[in-house]
Design a protein. Structure first.
Length: 262
């Protein structure tokens, strides 16, 4: 138990020790709520996403400590794959889209397989990219999850009742653990890591695919793809810090780093 606790400990951006156990608990909660209120297929897909994320959280630092070559970012993992080397990030790059496409293929009709799968996988990755400061990824997940949970059932004219109901359940499966984890995350007692952020993002992306029209989905996917590509060159933290209103929302409830208010 002591060894596992040590494996899950990390130093965050402020140099404080936090635990990735938060992410593991959040991931498990999303899977359980999905299994109870959405479907076993969706729960299995999300469990796979959570497992890939947690593996990346644990194995990649081990490789760094052992002096092995590691990759970072989309270009880094793609480069490693081209060189014939599978990183844990590369495994996520392949595995998460496959899992999301599988869930989309078995979702209630009507469905747009490639659009729905890409949207879920893109949201999973974007949530992880935002998990750089306490509370940031959780706020980014909770806001759309709340909207998707509250949307009236006739928003997507082509959505069947079963599909819409599963989308609402997935939104709630992401919303409840995200809100529950927010206080501990903001106090820097824990952090999501890949294991928590990826599964929350995938759940919200799948809910978005189930509860909105194809046009809305296509627009959302374009925005997500743009942000993902931009993250290779631009720091999200720098952009947020340069905007007073984004900085205020991002820092709301967060502990100060140097004794000043965030």
């Amino acid at each position: 138990m002591t060894r596992l606790r040590a494996e899950l400990e990390r130093s965050n951006y402020a140099g404080r020790t936090v635990t990735l156990a938060e992410g593991a608990v959040v991931g498990a909660a999303v899977v359980v709520l999905t299994a109870r209120h959405a479907s076993a297929v969706d729960a299995l897909a999300l469990a796979g996403v959570a497992a890939l994320g947690l593996a990346d959280d644990i194995i990649e630092p081990r490789r760094r400590r052992a002096g092995e070559a590691t990759a970072k970012g989309l270009r880094g993992h793609l480069g490693a794959l081209r060189a014939g080397r599978l990183t844990t990030g590369g495994a996520k790059l392949i595995g998460i889209p496959v899992l999301c496409l599988g869930a989309a293929a078995l979702a209630p009709r009507p469905r747009r397989l490639l659009l729905d799968g890409a949207l879920a996988a893109g949201c999973a990755n974007l949530a992880n990219l935002l998990d750089l400061r306490p509370g940031r990824a959780l706020k980014a997940v909770a806001a759309p999850a709340l909207v998707l949970a509250l949307l009236p059932g006739d928003v997507a004219a082509d959505a069947g009742e079963q599909r819409d109901r599963s989308g609402r359940a997935l939104a709630l499966a992401a919303l409840v653990p995200a809100v529950a984890a927010l206080p501990a995350d903001l106090r820097e007692h824990g952090m999501l890591g890949d294991g928590g952020a990826n599964v929350l993002g995938a759940a919200v992306g799948t809910a978005l695919a189930r509860r909105t029209s194809p046009l809305v989905r296509a627009g959302a996917l374009a925005v997500i793809a743009g942000l993902t590509l931009a993250s290779e060159r631009v720091s999200f933290s720098a952009v947020i810090d340069a905007s007073p209103w984004l900085r205020r929302i991002d820092g709301l409830g967060r502990r100060p780093v140097d004794g000043t208010r965030p």
